[in-house]
Design a protein around this ligand. Structure first.
Ligand code: GLA
Length: 394
């Protein structure tokens, strides 16, 4: 065969392949793969905004985030403590950059979180120091219910004025129900009472723009006691005309628990309330776990041993495959219920920036996400992409 005939044959063959190559490439993105199903998001830490110039964090460049995700959640920068550590002191910079990034790149932006028992400074619950200064002894006087409600209103009203509907959804309350269904004991429930969550949603509805979605977020949402209590709480709010638009299941899960059946029960129970289900903080821990580690009790701290940090030099192939299989089963379930699930958000982008490297044991080597430490897609990513129904339409 002559050279030019061979080249033209190769050329026509490549041209024929082009559409397939293009679609395979286009689908090599989570947001493209699940475009017809749900938003795909990641939580971003404040250093992501400088990632493009920072060799430490450049794996999560804006371009990378925008190519894979169409939703972002603020990991810390909008929590009360990081945002407003002292009375009248605000860290606007990181939060502003996060919100602007979301707006410019057309993300579904999630504000996390208005009211939580963690990462909330003590001053929030106290009268300003000057009011209670008693000679040498500074005695802090606790706010009463009305004063604390007033302080909550001030926070929401300020966030609303600053960000308005650039933030599409807010986690209004995080983690106020225990796995046995009781209210969590916190300064919120101590000072305000059992209607703390109700009051929080009333305030969010009053001060935020009406098109912003209001979510209740919690961990261990497959525990039957918590599941039933969340359903009960939302039903009661609905009966009183209090708006709740969605329920966030954090989804800090492990290789073998919770079971797919329990996850499914919760998705169905929450969707039956007529609200959207959001998977808000997905990661799968492959490291050895103790029972008390289930969920996300961020105060828990355990000592590091060789046994509980076994994969310092890389994840063994069999565990890599188990992780891929687990993600596959979880996404199969999400796709089955894509009419109920509005968003699936990972807690972090790469294994390198996962909180599970430092919780509940500081300095472990963890592998919970779809992108490895070098920012490369893992077998779990390939499994998840392969599943997407929307592949065939693209
Ligand atoms: C909880 C919180 C998040 C984050 C994670 C751990 O799930 O909702 O804000 O702190 O714990 O990083």
């Amino acid at each position: 065969m002559q050279n030019n005939t061979l080249s033209s044959l190769i050329l026509s063959f490549s041209l024929l392949l082009l559409p397939f190559l293009a679609s395979a490439e286009a689908a090599h993105s989570l947001k493209v793969a699940f475009a017809n199903d749900f938003y795909i998001g990641a939580s971003l830490k404040s250093d992501f905004v400088v990632a493009d110039n920072n060799p430490q964090t450049q794996l999560i460049s804006s371009q990378f985030i925008n190519s894979q995700f169409n939703s972002i959640t603020s990991a810390n920068m909008l929590k009360w403590g990081p945002f407003n550590p002292k009375p009248h002191t605000f860290n606007f910079n990181d939060a502003d950059k996060f919100v602007d990034f979301g707006e410019v790149n057309n993300h579904y932006v999630v504000g996390h979180v208005l009211f939580w028992h963690n990462q909330t400074p003590k001053w929030v619950f106290q009268k300003n120091k000057s009011q209670s200064l008693n000679n040498k002894h500074v005695s802090y006087e606790q706010l009463n219910r009305e004063q604390l409600l007033q302080r909550m209103q001030e926070r929401v009203s300020q966030l609303s004025q600053r960000y308005g509907d650039k933030i599409d959804a807010w986690d209004v309350v995080n983690e106020t129900i225990l796995s046995n269904g009781q209210w969590r004991k916190s300064k919120w429930t101590e000072i305000i009472g059992d209607d703390f969550a109700e009051q929080a949603f009333i305030i969010a509805d009053k001060y935020l723009p009406k098109n912003i979605e209001l979510l209740y977020n919690d961990f261990g949402m497959t525990a039957p006691g918590r599941r039933d209590a969340v359903v009960d709480m939302v039903k009661k709010m609905q009966a009183k005309g209090i708006r709740v638009d969605g329920i966030g299941m954090q989804a800090h899960w492990a290789l073998n628990s919770p079971s797919i059946a329990e996850i499914e029960k919760s998705i169905i129970a929450f969707a039956n309330l007529g609200v959207d289900v959001h998977i808000t903080e997905l990661d799968i821990d492959v490291l050895p776990r103790e029972k008390r580690q289930f969920g996300a009790n961020t105060k828990l701290r355990l000592a590091m041993t060789k046994q509980n940090n076994p994969y310092v030099n890389g994840l063994p192939e069999n565990i890599e495959q188990q992780l891929a299989q687990r993600y596959k089963e979880i996404f199969e379930l999400f796709l089955k219920h894509n009419n109920k699930i509005k968003r699936v958000t990972f807690w972090g982008v790469t294994d390198q920036d996962s909180w599970l490297n430092n919780w509940p044991i500081k300095g472990r080597t963890s592998y919970p996400l779809l992108f490895n430490r070098a920012g490369k897609a893992k077998p779990a990513y390939e499994e998840v992409i392969r599943l997407s129904k929307s592949l065939s339409d693209k």
